[in-house]
Design a protein around this ligand. Structure first.
Ligand code: AMP
Length: 279
């Protein structure tokens, strides 16, 4: 496994591989790898000749009051996990090389970036879209692997790839959960034991929505209100948003008539967790 810090070097290496007909699967991450990330890497390994994983805690997607400095950085363990998963190349750039002095070009995926998580985290998806655009230009992968865990991110990146003609296929992999149902997330590390217990409410809330919808409930105001009631029974839990949407374009639905995406963001103490379910 090669560890490469220089974008130019990685680009030259990967272009040579592409020219020789090798397919490249790419998994962008912020590190603190867990089984959710590993499921994307495993799929990339199954599908491609070469697997590239980037580990980059992208400052552009953190707000000034967010957790950039305390975001977990277990690099040694991450590299060991990549090696075990038979990753070929790890891209490990530093912030100065990704955002050199004078950097001022950003990708803004209008409409989709300011709603839901983007409403609470202004600029977050501008940072995400910009770094993914940069990474796609550096890696030029055949397939980009994303997780359904970050549903809005996946919709935004698909939109950007289509709108800006990035020559890459996007594969979105299902959310990997702990046995309890809690969606795996690097941010779960912030939770105390008691908060971990409270965090189970996210999955329970999504399951309640599923049961209601499968049972024939259509009115999304009523569905959301039932889900809110369930969450509000817990102390130290604060709802950011609950939404029932079209999974392709994130448009809120008044009535559920077919497939839909139910997504929510909830503060467990100070930690903001997101989760979603496709129904
Ligand atoms: P992150 O390191 O949080 O930026 O995540 C990197 C990629 O892993 C993103 O495409 C995420 O959606 C995906 N991911 C994170 N957690 C999970 C999970 N529990 N299941 C599936 N994919 C995940």
């Amino acid at each position: 496994m090669k560890i490469i810090r220089d974008p130019g070097r990685l680009n030259r290496l990967l272009k040579a591989l592409s020219r020789s007909g090798k397919s490249i699967g790419f998994v962008p991450t912020m590190g603190a790898l867990h089984p959710g990330h590993l499921s994307l890497i495993k799929q990339a390994r199954r599908d491609n000749d070469t697997v590239v994983v980037s580990i980059f805690i992208n400052p552009a997607q953190f707000g000034p009051k967010e957790d950039l400095n305390k975001y977990p950085r277990p690099l040694k363990n991450d590299l060991a996990l990549c090696r075990k998963a038979r990753v070929d190349l790890v891209f490990l750039p530093d912030s100065e090389i990704m955002y050199p002095e004078g950097f001022c070009t950003f990708v803004h995926v209008e409409k989709l970036a300011n709603i839901l998580c983007g409403a609470t985290r202004p600029g977050h998806f501008r940072g995400v879209a910009t770094v993914v655009a940069k990474l796609l230009n550096i890696v030029v992968p055949s397939v980009l692997y994303l997780g359904q865990k970050d549903a809005q991110q996946a919709v935004i990146i698909r939109r950007m790839v289509s709108d800006l003609n990035f020559p890459v296929k996007v594969k979105v992999m299902p959310t990997v959960r702990e046995k309890s149902g809690l969606a795996m997330s690097s941010r779960n590390a912030y939770l105390s034991e008691q908060e971990r217990g409270n965090a189970l409410v996210l999955f329970r809330a999504l399951n309640l929505a599923k049961v209601l919808i499968r049972g024939g409930a259509k009115d999304t105001v009523r569905i959301i209100s039932r889900v809110k009631q369930l969450i509000n029974k817990h102390k130290n839990v604060k709802i950011d948003y609950i939404a029932v949407m079209d999974s392709m374009n994130l448009k809120p639905l008044k009535r559920v008539t077919g497939n839909c995406l139910v997504a929510l963001a909830v503060y467990i103490g100070k930690t903001r967790l997101i989760d979603n379910i496709l129904i």
